[in-house]
Design a protein around this ligand. Sequence first.
Ligand code: GLC
Length: 539
Amino acid sequence: MADARPSHAPHWWRDAVIYQVYPRSFADGDGDGTGDLAGVRARLPYLAELGVDAVWFTPWYVSPLVDGGYDVADYRTVDPAFGTLAEAEKLIAEARELGIRTIVDIVPNHVSDQHAWFRAALAAGPGSPERALFHFRPGRGEHGELPPNDWPSQFAGPTWTRVPDGEWYLHLFTPEQPDLNWSHPVVRQEHEDVLRFWFERGVAGVRIDSAALLAKDPALPDFVEGVDPHPYIDQDELHDIYRAWRRIADEYDGVFVGEVWLPDAERFARYLRPDELHTAFNFSFLACPWEADRLRRSIDDTLAEHAPVGAPATWVLCNHDVTRTVTRYGREDTAFDFATKTYATPTDLALGTRRARAAALLTLALPGSAYLYQGEELGLPEADIPPDRIQDPMHFRSRGTDPGRDGCRVPLPWSADAPHCGFGSDTEPWLPQPEGWAHYAVDRQSADPTSMLALYRQALRMRGSLPGFGDGPLTWLDAPDGVLAFARGDGLRCLVNLSAEVVELPEHTEVLLSSGPLDGEGERLPQDTAVWLVPAPSA
Ligand code: GLC
């Protein structure tokens, strides 16, 4: 079958645009209020028209959905709420026909407490081989009533839970997500088999959840601030695990993207050595406020840390764990007031949207691959979820002080005039869509050449067809304070105005695309606007 972008085929992942589907909220094919694979299959033409190279699916496996599917009960079966394995296979094949590759999400750090292994471990009792697959320990204190150590949780709350026979088990996330013991050969073997299972089904890549957390110091020592190495983040043993995984991926031409949250650039890059992971998410860019200096530093640091290992950078503006981009950039001040559960300053969505549009052009012009979280192409804001509809365990474990992540996981609006904006049927979706959601609907935006969707479609089309984008060098150009200006291959230029002033554009022969209207006769770049242009020959 022909590749949609043949010249990109062997190293497609070095400059791909990868769309993230959160299946529960993308499109509901069977009308029960929960998104599913039938919904995705029906919308594949939408993704093809958008112009993405691959789709990463957050977990679709059998799961009690305590943590949105990141609590996997069976890695080889699709949850009936989403469909069947046969349907997943069809989806992978149909997407490929349209030139779209599939990336699945593997969750190796923990399983669901409903996974057969954990149920067997509970039943088998202390000292059993079944318990050895997890981290079971006696407690501290006179009667073992205290947890075995003091590790802080990735979510708020304790990391240990006591079972009726008195032992405790470790869970870096919720108690329903017991951590696996990665020193155990059976755990390693099982995951290698799971990788093969999905590569055999035609997936092109695997996203590795919580990739830097799997290995633990076997002594499970208390956590001491500032002491290296950390007892469960970035343990050296991980590199061994990923080298073994890489050998498997290479058999299938598969690629990895690791979820690696590490502040230390050098340690981060170790995961991207040629015999380890192909790529990892770059979260420093996402965490940057809308400030030229900070963004430029993040871009420079990112490129510098990837260069020695030869790995391409990835650019992420949003995902299912963070606040939607237009809302984030619409807040001058991100301080959250826990007492009133509001932000210190109101969100200016018009401002946030202008910046998100500019950020889209900035991101898509950078060297490397880019991730696009579903709904970002519609400019969806973070939704307020009524307290009685909140689902995210992060919210409950923080005792309500953290708003949780549901606000970025609201079912997509497809048709402005259909019930629930055409998400599925007239069944109420699993998370409520806020008032005004119809304004963002795909059909409405498709008809509006100034919409966010129209901008993304144009930008992706250009990025896929003009040779200057993707892999390759980036050269910073002189620009006024607060303006990011750089050249890419083939004379392509990107300018982003984050200053408080309108600035003159350099001489150019053509403006390829701009994120908003230009000033004057098109020779000045307004605030919070980005432009792609071809410079005049002398410029
Ligand atoms: C990752 C996922 C997040 C999940 C967590 C636990 O960070 O992105 O959604 O809650 O891992 O698996």
